[in-house]
Structures are given as C-alpha cells and as structure tokens.
Design a protein around this ligand. Structure first.
Ligand code: C5P
Length: 276
C-alpha cells in the first residue's frame, strides 16, 4: 500500500506566547504544496523497519517519526510489524513539515492496511501527539492552525492558478543543512497583540507583501543572509508573494507566470510546480 505525503508551506506565522509546557501558542495558515515523498507499507515477518531512499543520511528507525507512528498505533491497536519504504523528496530542516507529513501518512496507511476504521478525528489526535504540525497532514487541506499548531480550522483558499517555486539552500553558510525548530523558537519574541492572520489571508495575494509576516523570518535571516537573498531573487523573478516557510530554511514564491525565470546555482534545492 502506497501513498504520497505532501509538504506544506506557512502563509504567515505569528508566535503569540510562550506556554508553561515549553511550547508556544501560534497562529499560522498552512497549505499543502505540490512536493511530496512516497511511503509504502508492506508486510514483514521480522521487526518493524524503515528503508529510506534519496537521503544523505539514515535516521535510525527508532528515531524516525514514521516508526514512532507505527509504535503509537501498535501500543493502542492490534497491528503487526511492517516494513516501510520511504522515498524522500521533501528537504529536511526546511520548515515544510516533511517528517510530520510522513508520520501522518504512516498513521493513515496503517489505519487502512490493518482495517482499523479509525475516524479522521482520532487520526488527527494521534498525529498531534507525534508533532505540533502533524495533525494538518492527516487531511492536508488549507487550514488556520492555532494552539501548538495542532488546532485546525479548514479555510477556503484557492491558489491553484499560481506557480510555486520552493527554494532552499542545500547548506547554510555555517555548514548546517537546515534550521532546528527549537532554536528558531528561541530567537522569536512572542507577541499576542496583533490582528488575526485570517483577515490578511482574505486579501488578494498581491496585497500580502509586507502584511503577511512569518515571525521566524527576520531572526533566521539575520543569522543566515541566504534567506533574504532567496526572497529577493524570487521577487526579482516576478513573485507576487515570497517568504520563508515555518522555521526555515526553505523559502517560496508564488508566481502568476507558469515559467518564472529563476537563476539559482546548484547550491540550492529548487522545485517549481503548479500550486494544488
Ligand atoms: O512538536 P514538535 O516536536 O514538532 O516541536 C519541536 C520543538 O519545537 C518543540 O520541542 C519546541 O521546542 C518547539 N515548538 C514550540 N512551539 C510550538 C511548536 C514547536 O516551542 N508550537
């Protein structure tokens, strides 16, 4: 049984307050994007394992969110060991939810594979235990996310006429391949006294620039000038809106043109596709 876990981007992200449990209350709009991994589940007589393809490094199975998804299911339901094959296309440490999307897909696959008949709401609550943005990927529909990112309200947002360019530095100048989420949170000063994102998102896309803010963008761009370079290049190539996604380091641009003239060197991951 096979599925294609999608990546997401954040359209605006406000860090509202630090919580006593160490997490932060946020408000963000998440939308699925046309970039996906492939995850297959098959039977095995041995232990649950994950074979990963197209990654530079192997994460030990026990630390992988896909394995954690199987373990969570196995603790609560009668399921057997399985073998996962995971082909990675979504970059890691990108702020695109790649790991969370794989984990959510694993929950959905296991639900179908073992005919558990769990509802979408139950799957979402399991997903929220695995990661703050994981519940979004059970349905992967445009949503306003609140709380830790797990409280979702579906919204009407049709970006299907736009072309998206997703650009991420393969390596940041300090040698890191991506941005750590806890580090990104530590760089932001929370502020709960701002207008709701829903009001800004309902404006036409060409009015989002300078209004729709991702709180992580400024501090991460201060640390990594590559971010501002990418966003500037995207605007120069004609993007209607460009920003960093989540805690970075991937950035995206939305274009009216089908073939934006991008000129990034081989030091960047670049993916261009029609929006969903
Ligand atoms: O929930 P997840 O495992 O994806 O979060 C990773 C880390 O990011 C958390 O341990 C926490 O430090 C930070 N985080 C946060 N507030 C959120 C989501 C994540 O502080 N809403």
């Amino acid at each position: 049984m096979l599925c294609f876990p999608k990546a997401k981007i954040n359209l605006g992200l406000q860090v509202l307050r630090r919580r006593p449990d160490g997490y932060h209350d946020i408000e963000t709009v998440m939308v699925p994007v046309p970039l996906h991994d492939a995850l297959e589940v098959t039977e095995t007589t041995a232990r649950t394992d994950i074979r990963m393809y197209r990654t530079d490094f192997l994460i030990p199975a026990e630390q992988n969110l896909v394995y954690k998804a199987w373990k969570l299911m196995a603790d609560r339901h009668e399921i057997k060991p399985v073998l996962f094959h995971l082909a990675k296309k979504i970059p890691s440490g990108a702020g695109m939810g790649g790991g969370s999307s794989d984990a959510a897909a694993a929950l959905v696959l296991l639900n179908n594979f073992f005919r558990l008949d769990l509802s979408t709401d139950v799957l979402k609550s399991y997903a929220a235990e695995l990661g703050s943005d994981c519940a979004f990927f059970i349905e992967s529909k445009p949503a306003l996310a609140q709380g830790r990112g797990e409280i979702l309200k579906n919204i009407e947002l049709d970006l299907s006429s736009y072309t998206i360019a997703i650009v991420k530095p393969l390596k940041l100048f300090d040698g890191q391949t991506g941005v750590s989420t806890p580090v990104a949170y530590s760089l932001v000063k929370p502020d709960a006294e701002r207008a709701s994102l829903s009001d800004i998102i309902s404006l036409p896309v060409n009015e989002w620039r300078n209004k729709l803010i991702n709180d992580f963008e400024e501090p991460i761009a201060q640390k990594y000038p590559e971010i501002n370079f990418i966003i500037q290049q995207l605007y120069e190539a004609g993007a209607v809106y460009a920003a960093m996604s989540g805690s970075g380091s991937a950035c995206f641009g939305l274009f009216e043109s089908k073939n934006p003239a991008l000129n990034f060197s081989r030091d960047f991951f670049v993916h261009v596709a029609q929006m969903l």
